[in-house]
Design a protein around this ligand. Structure first.
Ligand code: ASP
Length: 334
């Protein structure tokens, strides 16, 4: 029996558990395909025992480019079951590859119903590398998940001693350890060696208070992202429609518009009942719910969500409604 918070650590793979050839293998380790099981990962950070009573839960051992919506639903069920089976669990940490970490985190931020903090952590250097950052990120993730102030913050992402909200954070650099940044809104706080400190609270509605109830679903509605680029024709819009998309997110030119050919095809898709969300590829700022450019075309504005986050909110929204006004309300809420 211990007074430390009981923290469940769910392993999914990623660089944080990756093992390279030697200490200078910073980018080829993925090809070895060797990932530590979550037990091994935890055993490699004995300091965890000072901050938490850790319960390891293995889910998968894959690079996160392999993680998708069916994994999100499986993780959601694991989180729900873990807390239902053991109500003394005070927090959840998910270890994850950084490639899709922000997507899994935002899905959980919209889907999780448990009353305890959920933190997603990763690493930019494999566990075997010089200056590996995963051990500290895992330790900090457990400290944040066990902290009383973490309640009401929604799902959080913790790397590089920084706590970010799942909604706002993005991976902004391919190799730097300071890659996870909430560009427009800033981090929520620090996980410093002496203490965990929060400075602000997200205002957008987040887990466990959302209206989405997807734990029993076997899949989410298909939503595709269509990138805008100079001279783009309608090919990718038509491909999304042909693939059966229920929604399409346009990753538009800043401040939020597709090419003319894409726009014509997207308008046709909207008329056929496919929900079209207009986002921007810039990674900063709002797409404004413009009466002429967007409303008349029947599109929904993504507000300040990146295309990949707008896709996730649209997938969730479509489990509740396909009415564009209802979906506009959701983009104004989450
Ligand atoms: N390729 C890795 C992954 O996403 C990158 C990382 O974890 O940093 O699994």
């Amino acid at each position: 029996m211990t007074n430390l918070p009981r923290i469940a650590v769910i392993g999914t793979g990623g660089t944080i558990s990756g093992v390279g050839r030697d200490r200078l293998d910073f980018y080829e380790y993925g090809t070895s395909g060797r990932f530590m099981h979550v037990d091994e990962l935890i055993a490699g950070v004995p300091e965890l025992a000072r901050v938490a009573d850790v319960v390891p839960i293995g889910y998968k051992n894959v690079g996160s480019t392999e993680i998708g919506p069916s994994d999100w639903l499986a993780l959601l069920r694991i989180i729900n079951k873990t807390v239902a089976d053991d109500p003394s669990v005070a927090g959840i940490v998910v270890t994850h590859g950084t490639a899709t970490l922000e997507e899994t985190a935002y899905f959980l931020n919209l889907a999780v119903k448990v009353p305890v903090p959920v933190v997603v952590v990763g690493a930019m250097r494999p566990s075997s590398a010089l200056g590996a950052d995963g051990g500290n990120n895992l330790l900090n993730g457990a400290r944040v998940a066990g902290s009383a102030q973490a309640k009401g913050m929604g799902v959080m992402v913790v790397l590089n001693d920084e706590i970010n909200a799942a909604r706002d954070v993005a991976k902004t650099s391919n190799y730097r350890v300071q890659t996870f940044v909430s560009r427009d809104f800033g981090m929520l706080g620090y996980a410093d060696a002496d203490s965990v400190k929060f400075y602000r609270r997200p205002l957008r509605v987040a887990a466990p208070e959302t209206e989405f109830d997807v734990a029993e679903l076997s899949e989410l509605p298909r939503v595709d992202i269509v990138p805008a680029y100079a001279g783009a024709d309608a090919t990718f819009v038509e491909a999304a429609v042909a693939a059966g998309a229920k929604g399409i997110v346009s990753a538009g030119f800043p401040s939020g518009s597709p090419s003319p050919a894409q726009k014509a095809a997207l308008k046709q898709a909207a008329r056929a009942g496919i929900v079209v969300v207009q986002s921007s590829r810039s990674g900063s700022g709002r797409v404004i719910d413009d009466k002429v450019a967007l409303r008349e075309a029947g599109f929904v504005a993504a507000d300040s969500l990146t295309p990949q986050k707008a896709r996730i909110l649209l997938m969730m929204a479509l489990t509740v409604s396909s009415d564009t006004n209802e979906i506009r309300r959701m983009f104004d809420t989450y």
